[in-house]
Each structure stands twice: as C-alpha cells, then as structure tokens.
Design a protein around this ligand. Sequence first.
Ligand code: GAP
Length: 496
Amino acid sequence: MSAVSMDVIVSLCKRRGFVFQSSEIYGGTGSCWDYGPLGVELRNNIKRIWWRDFVHQRDDMVGLDASILMHPTVWKASGHVDNFTDPMVDCRECKRRFRADQAGTMDWTHYCPATKGNKFTIKGGEPCKHCGARRTLCPECGKGELTAPRQFNLMFKTFMGPVEEDAALTYLRPETAQGIFVNFDNVLQATRRKLPFGIAQIGKAFRNEITPGNFIFRSREFEQMEIEFFVNPHDRLEGRPADEAWHDRWIADCQSWFTRYGLDPANVKLHEHLGDELAHYSKRTVDLLYRFPMGWNELMGIANRTDFDLKQHAKFSGKSLTWFDEERKEHVVPFVIEPSAGVDRALLAFLLDAYREEEVRGDKRVVLRFHPELAPIKIAVLPLLKKRPEIVAAGHDLRHRLTRRWLTLYDDTAAIGRLYRRQDEVGTPYCVTVDVKTVGDPEKGEAGDGKVTIRERDTMQQIRVPIAELEHVFGRLLDAGTPWSEVAAGYPRAEG
Ligand code: GAP
C-alpha cells in the first residue's frame, strides 16, 4: 500500500489549495471536485508535459479538440447507448442505490438476532460471527430488501436546442475517444498523413457513476488524455502484425512516462484483461495499475480497439472511413491502439507518490518531492528581513524577472523557517532568499554583494549565487534537467 493515507492527502489538498469539494458551501457533491490555485497549476503541468511528450515531440502524432456535445447517433454507433451500463440494485427501505457487483463486497450493517438485535458493521463478504448469517438485505441500512438488478446507463442526458423533447436528446460525452474517431477522415484530409499515425485529445468527460469515490479517483466529471493511434493491420512489424507490436510499444511508453515524472516503479504494474473483462471492441487491453491507498487500481488503460469504431461510424454515417494504401492499392480500415489516461487519476498518483514525512532536527517536515516539471511553483523568492525595504524591493524585482520563464512566487508572511516548510509542503523545488548581504547596509557603509541563496527542496542544501547568474542557473536546473549536485558544485555553500 502507498505509505500515505487518502485522508492525509485530502486534507493537504484542501489546506494548501490543490483540490476543493465542488459546491462545498452547499454541502458539496462528493462526486465532483474543484482545483484550487495550486491544483490548477499541477493539472496544467501534467497536461502540458503529456502533450509535449506524446504530440509535439513525436513525428507520428497530431492533436485535436473536439466538442463535448456531439450528434446523438455517435453514441448509438459507439455502443454507449446500448452497452455503457452498470447493473444496479436499489434498497426498498432507504432507497440507496448500489452496483449489483459491489453490494456483496461492501462492509454491511447487521442487526444480529443472536445478540438481541444489536447493530454490527461486518466486513464485506464475511458472515456474522454471532449468528453466522450472511448479508441478504441492504448493506447500508441493514433493513431493506434489494431490488433485482436493472441496467443503468452511465451517460448524462441533456437536450440540444430550446425544446426538451426526445428528438433533441443528446449526451455529455463519456469519453473523448469518439470525437477522434468521427474526425478521422477530416484529420486525414487536412494533414495528408500516412499510417501509422495518431490523434491526441485532452478534455472533459462525464459519467453518472453509481459509486463515485476515493477523492478524485472516481468522479462524475473528469478529464481524459487520450490517443487513438491508427495502424495498418496488414503491415508487419518486428515479425508480427503491426497493431500487436504498436500495442506493446505504447504500453512501454506509457509506463515509462509515469515513472519518468516521479512514480516509483514499485508502485506501478500492468494488468492484462482476460475473458469477461475484455470489452466487446477490444482484441487486447492492458491497464497500468497504481498502488493507491485503497489498493492496486487502474491508472490508465491501453487497448487494441481493432477497426471496431471506424467501421461502426462508417456504418451509421454512411461515410467511408478508410485510408488508401498506395503500395498495395487497397482501401484499409485502420486498427486503433488507444492509450487512455485520466488527468485526475494521474494527478492523484503523482501527489501520493511525492508525499513524504521527514524528521529534520527534531521537527516533522512534510514535503512533496514532485518532479520539477510537475511542481506547481518552480521558485519561491523569500526575503530574510521584511522590514528592510531594499530587501523587499529586490525580492519583488527577482520574482518579476524569474516568473517570465518559471512560475515564481514571492512570500514574506512568516519567518524564513516557516516559509521554507510551506514551500516544501507544496513541492516547490527551489527557494531564493534575499538577505542583508545581498543589498548591503548603507548605515554601516557596507555594499551589497549582489548574491542570493538558492535552497534545494530535497537535500535542503544551500548555495550562494550572483543575481546576474540566476537565469542561467535555473535554466540548467529547470529546463536542461542538470542535477542539483552538478550545479551546486560550481558555487560556494551557504549556511542553513
Ligand atoms: N476511451 C477509453 C476509456 O474511456 P476507460 O478505462 O473507461 O477507457 C480511461 O477510461 C481512463 O479515464 C481511466 O483509466 C481513468 O484514468 C479515467 N477515468 C475513467 N472513469 C473515470 C472517473 N469516473 N473518474 C476519474 N477518472 C476516470
């Protein structure tokens, strides 16, 4: 299990402005979340580096931003109207609704006849140790009978246009993928791409989950980062069908992307879908699991969707969705490899993995060891003495200069020790301290040395650097990825 509990992360997220419950002043929704000042930066950083690494830095990828509301037939063709359902049961007494497959595994409430009707909470799947009974009633209230399972569609319905009638019915998209499939030919015509190539999209998706929960892990409104990678199924690569080889390549690329930006490889593993678990459209699906506090769970999925979606949309729209293979002189319906990740789940995993509690000189230090690319704030400028106007002015000046390239914050609302701790807790990799030596002391006739102290978050080491060299130093640390030890070796150490 992850070393940190979900409660600790939820509390940190609220206290420091990463994530708030949606509509909290009205009691909250519990199924939607709002990202605060630091959360929105972290979220944007995840999306930015994903787009940079998987779209900009590859020759075989392009981007797309399709609309959330689409023609309702899209969801008929994709199978969502008929198949995107969960079987659910209702309690006839308390009216709570459960997924049929989860009611048996949840902890359950029991009024035990062997103990004069005392109320117990019993672990999911286990019998009562007093009377031996197993759960038959509602797990929540322990009193009501459950209805027979009924299929419940997870798509949110809405109406397009001024009249709320069946003809105007459409859905909030439950995945971004279909926006890519229906634009396949548009992108092909506009870019003159050859197979294999992929289309990426980042955007909101909505699912009326029956049991949202575990903080931002499963919510009703979330964001996806999806790629549909189109491959010629008649090609061979590495001695096997090209779609199978590309599938393995994408699995490896996705796994190494998450570990490159900080997830401990021991907390990530692959899960192969077998038998019933495999979706009707999939030839093979592999999930990337992360060791969340509630156990191993899906971080993202990488599916081989075959030609299912393009053929379905061709059938329902009457438009040909093929690519012309000049060499073989034939029209081909491409196979599709789909790496599909959730922004919110990625953010949760990066937060959990970065969290550390350390002891420093007898005090507890909470630190988020974010990869610098993910850190919401890259540099904090902290004045050592707030009452010296020259120090404050130099600090503001530095913040303005540095923030042109890296998000930089100025804070003078506490003593320096407390300011460092605050930045550690939100994962800021570097603090810059302006002190008396920087600006000098005219009363004593001392000139400033024009140098500041840079403190690194993880080692807490400090070096003294001329202000004129700051952009160069941070360029090496934050843009070129030069290790701190290498950069620090070129400057004198400052005392902590
Ligand atoms: N187009 C394929 C697709 O949507 P999925 O496994 O249903 O596949 C892909 O979703 C990813 O989207 C998941 O691995 C997860 O990261 C994220 N996701 C799905 N449902 C979610 C929810 N209710 N809340 C947060 N993230 C979710």
